[in-house]
Each structure stands twice: as C-alpha cells, then as structure tokens.
Design a protein around this ligand. Sequence first.
Ligand SMILES: [Zn+2]
Ligand SMILES: [Zn+2]
Length: 361
Amino acid sequence: MSSHSEAVIALHIHTRFSDGTGTHKDVVRAALRAGLDAVIVTDHNVWVGDAEGYYRENGQRVLMLVGEEVHDRTLIPQRNHALILGTGKEMAAYADDTQRLFTVTAQAGGLAFLAHPVERAAPLVHELDIPWVNWEVEGYTGLEIWNALSEFKGHLRTPWHLLFYGLLFHQVAVAPFEEVLQRWDALLASGKRVAAVGGADAHALHYHLGPLTVTLFPYEKHFRAITTHVLLSEPLSGHLEHDRRLIYDALRKGRAFVANDLPASARGFRFTATGHHAEAVMGEQIALNGGVTLQIRLPRKAECRLVRHGEVVQRWRGRDVCAATVTEPGAYRVEAYLTAWGRRRGWIFSNPIYVMDETGK
Ligand SMILES: [Zn+2]
Ligand SMILES: [Zn+2]
C-alpha cells in the first residue's frame, strides 16, 4: 500500500464560461505556479470538455480536467449545487431533477459531489446562502466538506471582517463547517460510503474600488490553500485518458484527503489500517477480525484526532506518528490541526477507512 502515488488537485474552479474572470489558460498558469498536479474546472451549467488535457511550461506539467457545477437556475432561492465529474458530456439538461442527474451521472461512469452543502448568508455583500437541502436524493459519490469561498462568506459578519479576510487570504481557512462534518458522520454512521473532497470554488472575482479593479483571491492563492490530495494506484503518466481514470478512481473511492496546504504542505500524510493478513488505506474497507490497528503519519507534528461516527476515539498532541487499535466496526477518519497566524486551524481531513464486522456491516 506504500506504492500509492500522491497527486495534489484543486477542484471546483470557475472561468469566464460562467462567473469566473479568468480563462482556462489563466487557471493552468496559476496551477503551474502553485505546483499542482491537476485542476478540475467546474463552470456553472456548462461543460467545456475541449479544454481537457496536459499543459506544459518550463519543464513542468499540469493536467486540466473539466467537470461541471450543475444546478437548477430557476430555483429561487438557489439550492442544491452539484459537482459532476467524469461523465464526458454536458449534464446541464438534468439540472431540474437532481435524482435523474445523479442516476445519469452514475450510468455514464461519472462522480457527483454535493457542493457547499452548508452555507451562511452574507448580507453585507448581498450574498444568500446556497446550501444542499435535497437529502432524500441517492446515488451521489460524496460531499465537498470544505469550500474556501463558502468559508469566506461565512466570516463576513461586519465590514471589518470583510476588510480583514478580503485582504488577508491566508486567514480565511480555519476549518470545515461543523455542521458539514456532522452531516457526513451521520451518513457514514448509517452505513453509507460517502467520499469527501475539498473545493476552492475559485472565481478570481474582480472588485471595483473607484478607478481600481482588484482581483479578490486570484486562482493561485486558492490553489495553495484548500486542495484534495489523491492516492493513485500508479503515478501519473502524462496521458490524459489514463490519468483522468486514475484520478477519478481515487476520488470515487475516497482514496484521498482534504487539506489546507497554506500553513504547511500536507503532502506525505497517510492513514492506513492493518488487520489479520489485510491492509487498507483511506477509502478502502478492512475486516475487523477481532481488531484492526490504524496508523497515522503526519508530514509534521500536529494535533490529531481519530473520529468514528462523530465521536472522537482518540486524540494526540505534538505527534507526527500515531497508532490506535480499534475493536468496533465503523467508518474511521482522521482530523489534524495546526496553529498558524494566531489561531488553531484545520489542516488535514482524511476520508474514512471502513472497518467491517463479520456480517459485512
Ligand atoms: Zn455553487
Ligand atoms: Zn462554484
């Protein structure tokens, strides 16, 4: 299992094809500067498939994949934004029926993530909240547990907050909303497999201050912050079709973790399980067989906790290697926190390892 190859991805990105201000080329350049392996563009209700491919510059390369953020524009207020990836076709025609959207996505071999499932309105900047409300729907891949733009909106209680977080992007990412993690844990506790991703929701929005046009949060800033690290079954090859399949396989399983790379790179984080003649990484399952040892490796010393169905099973401080033996079935996931820029911040949120008892539960 140490043979997995890690790739860092920024996903949930908007260009001029919807409400972003940059081109696909701008996104590529920012991704190369940020050292990303891949980006996934998801414009609103438009699939710009011909932008997919490898882009190379100065001996570096980055893979651009294109999905779509699909939502029913006629809904007022707006709700239920879904990130649809890997279908290889335009999906906006299904925007008015989320269940149909997810069914067709699955049939096409694609992935569906519920975007910014919890949001807060920001009346200061005339922004309403756009949460997920259709929880009866089935057949989705997972949740976008951390969305950088939603978190920014959530901070804007006063004009002072707008100025502070608007000027100091590194202050924005504190942690995923507690309600999203609770929702995720409840779904996991019910026995569902629900994969998590982290989204930039990058727009490179322009703000006009008198004669000046200011870009609030350029793409590159986003790409150095909330990312999704995937563990691939083999290294990226440089070929679009091959690498697209590798990345989507990892995201579908949840062989991935969500990170805030701004305080410290999360590259190298690992969460693994060892059982009776069996091993697993996050996103995978392992048989309990009396007991399973979970191992956590952090790229640097941090506060770390092991969570099962919303309960903290064990907690460590100032450690970069942690281990716990568990004897109960369930979905176990890891959270790591660092102190940076004056406060405790979420750093790493792993996908679960599913520990199964003899009856397969
Ligand atoms: Zn959205
Ligand atoms: Zn978006």
